[in-house]
Design a protein around this ligand. Structure first.
Ligand code: BGP
Length: 483
């Protein structure tokens, strides 16, 4: 089968806190991502790690007297090895790199008058290297790495003052890089906010008197991000018409477990609040009617102003990007849960799962693309998709990762089918072209890359890069378009 679209963006995605390292260079502050330790006793099928630690634990990690290991402080050393990595991405045939920029490098405390010049220079060099290698850049402005000084002083995203700090940061980088970076995503997986407020918003349970207040603060933080994103889109328009502004959502796709109407309804309600809600706000510019009932029944209260709602209404996103790893099922009573990316649903007997319990479902990607296109009618882009596996180098210094070739090619085929169905998809960035530190479990052992990186869970190793079998497969696919 040949991939039908000629003019298509093909590449890979990473995030600053998972690849860069160099956590203390040039005045960079620590981010919340770099303050959660690796837990050698972790339960791989649980998403508990994201919420496992308290503000006190984070505070203690600053001096690291406990001797624990904080993998995201080291990443895979891309800060120093970016030229080598970009050369490999180019060799694989990529024409786009989705990466993120660390707020903690540009404005370490958030409220400095001037950005850090060295950090501005560093990213200019990275972007220039990409452009000289024939790659567009899709830049995530915040990818799970709120600078800790901002959460300490301001309490994180539930505080409206943080909106102004973020807008200042975003405005500076849009002005700096308007000629180098075309695609912009203000927030990674904006829908994580209410599920892991530490990760998405930098807010901690201990700062609130009751569980309900904490929940409301998370909804407030999410609203503040919706508004901040719309404001950034408004500002982008005044900077340059070349800036293409999108959203990034962890696409939660669930099927009803059976044809019992009770379960069909349960799934509908779940899909409304866990998936459609986010696109509805960012594409249609207002809170959907079904969310009112949800807020009332769950005592959710947060503050919006008419001015904020006006900005949200007038500045919808230009295109949708989303991460797609898996699907699960939904029913009134879930008997057996699957693992999952951010959320866990029910097990689907028709699907195989990874060691982390993520159920592999290429056809679900075609379904998702069709559904999103029918509902929103704006261009779509898959900004993350891939498979995490425990891998080691063999005697030939490579990994025979046929399972990854299968995973990727099956998803590409379904994307192709969706395009033939008439869906407007303009690009795809796999998670990830190179092994990185895992977002959820902080493991290095959970590897997604076409390129193997020689570090273990404790950052021991040479850091050298080795091409896996999937690297050559992808390269060939890019040359021939043949699936
Ligand atoms: C997404 C995040 C990424 C990423 C990916 C895989 O939710 O945007 O940062 O890491 O999931 O998750 P994990 O690393 O936990 O396997």
């Amino acid at each position: 089968m040949k991939f039908v679209k000629k003019d298509f963006l093909w590449g890979g995605a990473t995030s600053a806190s998972q690849v860069e390292g160099a956590y203390d260079v040039d005045g960079k502050s620590l981010t919340i991502a770099e303050m959660r330790p690796f837990n050698p006793n972790l339960d791989r099928k649980s998403i508990g790690e994201l919420n496992a630690y308290t503000r006190e634990d984070y505070e203690k990690s600053i001096e690291n007297k406990d001797g624990l290991h904080y993998p995201k402080r080291f990443g895979v050393d891309q800060y120093n090895r970016y030229k080598e990595d970009i050369a490999l991405f180019k060799e694989a045939g990529m024409n786009i790199y989705r990466m993120s920029i660390a707020w903690s490098r540009i404005f370490p405390n958030g409220d400095e008058a001037e950005p850090n010049k060295n950090a501005i220079e560093f990213y200019r060099n990275v972007f220039t290297e990409c452009r000289n290698s024939g790659m567009e850049i899709m830049l995530t402005i915040q990818h799970y790495d709120v600078p800790y000084p901002i959460t300490k002083k301001y309490g994180g995203w539930s505080n409206k003052e943080v909106i102004d700090l973020y807008i200042k940061f975003a405005t500076v980088i849009m002005n700096e890089y308007k000629d180098l970076v075309k695609y912009w995503l203000p927030f990674n997986e904006i829908n994580i906010a209410t599920h892991s407020p530490i990760t998405g918003l930098g807010i901690f349970k201990e700062d609130f008197a009751t569980e309900q207040e904490y929940k409301n603060a998370a909804w407030q933080g999410l609203h503040n991000q919706f508004y901040a994103q719309a404001k950034v889109i408004e500002i982008a328009k005044s900077i340059s018409s070349n800036l293409k502004m999108g959203c990034m959502v962890a696409n939660i796709e669930t099927y009803y477990a059976d044809c019992n109407p009770v379960n069909v309804l349960e799934n509908l309600k779940y899909q409304q609040m866990e998936r459609d809600f986010y696109y509805d706000v960012m594409v249609k510019g207002k809170y959907p009617t079904y969310s009112k009932r949800y807020f009332e029944e769950n005592n959710v209260k947060f503050e919006t102003t008419p001015e904020e709602m006006e900005v949200i209404k007038n500045n919808p996103i230009h295109y949708i990007t989303f991460s797609y790893y898996m699907t699960s099922t939904m029913s009134k009573d879930i008997s057996e849960t699957s693992g999952g990316n951010l959320l866990m649903g029910g097990k689907n007997p028709f699907l195989k799962a990874t060691e982390w319990g993520w159920q592999i479902d290429p056809i679900g990607l075609r379904i998702t693309l069709n559904e999103l296109w029918d509902k929103y009618q704006i261009p779509l882009f898959i900004s993350e998709n891939g498979i995490g596996v425990v891998e080691t180098l063999n005697e030939n210094n490579t990994v025979e990762d046929d399972y990854r070739i299968d995973y990727l090619s099956e998803h590409f085929k379904q994307m192709n089918e969706a395009i033939i169905d008439g869906v407007d998809v303009f690009g795809y960035t796999m998670w990830t072209p190179i092994d990185v530190v895992s977002l959820s479990t902080n493991e290095m052992s959970k590897r997604y890359g076409l390129i193997f990186v020689d570090y273990d869970d404790y950052h021991k190793g040479t850091g050298d890069r080795f091409k896996k079998k999937s690297f050559s497969w992808f390269k060939k696919f890019r040359e021939t378009g043949e699936l």
